[in-house]
Ligand binder design. Structure first.
Ligand code: NAP
Length: 189
């Protein structure tokens, strides 16, 4: 996700093998990791290095994937480009604060998603472009933050993946450019 040449090479392989795509889901994302990468409670903990590392994966990556793969979605059938986002990337829904870097990266990703939707709405109106919030899913990414999550609201990855595919299958072109949750509801940007 951080190497445009690698993304372009992957798109070339898909183009040569199938010539088209009906569904593209950008899933890769980062919230915490080595060298001090962890969600910040206070602005004092934010640094350009952390911003760069997280924005590269969460925001720049999906945009570069869309840049190189979108021609494969333009065909006479229905096609969906979905960027897995996070509710904490919603500006309108931000009541708790904190997590500057992750929130900012997902908000940037959301803006790119909406902007791609507008461009493809003009040039390839049968392509549906959305941001999707997967809920809280039991993965390495969420594991350090699961304590406050009621068990009934923590989904296993397989179930979340299945629900994402179901939600995407039911989308109409009128929903392109929106931010959707797994129950099909719309999340404010
Ligand atoms: N889990 C949740 O509760 C939750 C909630 C809201 C949104 N999300 C979003 O859901 C998506 C999936 O997260 P997850 O929970 O499944 O996290 P995860 O288990 O940590 O998986 C993240 C994935 O992203 C990949 N990745 C990270 N950096 C990459 C890079 N530079 N290039 C290519 N791939 C890279 C990882 O690949 P490697 O395994 O090879 O490192 C891994 O497959 C993310 O976009 C996340 O923001 C998750």
């Amino acid at each position: 996700m951080t190497c445009e040449e690698s993304i372009a090479a992957a798109a070339t392989v898909v183009r040569q093998r199938t010539g088209r795509l009906d569904l593209l889901v950008n899933v890769a994302g980062v919230l915490h990791g080595d060298q001090g990468l962890a969600p910040e409670k206070r602005i004092a903990a934010v640094s350009p290095d952390l911003l760069r590392r997280v924005f590269e994966v969460n925001a720049f990556g999906p945009l570069m994937v869309a840049k190189h793969f979108h021609p494969l979605l333009k065909h006479d059938g229905r096609a969906v480009l979905a960027n897995v986002s996070a509710r904490v990337g919603s500006i309108g829904d931000n009541r708790a604060g904190g997590w500057y870097v992750y929130r900012g990266s997902k908000a940037a990703q959301n803006m790119f998603t909406r902007t791609i939707a507008i461009e493809l709405g003009r040039r390839a109106p049968s392509v549906i472009v959305v941001a999707v919030h997967p809920g809280t899913v039991d993965t390495d990414l969420s594991r350090p933050f699961q304590r406050s999550v009621p068990p009934a609201r923590l989904f296993d990855a397989e179930r979340a993946a299945r629900q994402i595919v179901d939600v995407l299958a039911g989308l109409t072109t009128a929903q392109s450019g929106t931010f959707v949750a797994l129950d099909g509801s719309t999340i404010p940007w």
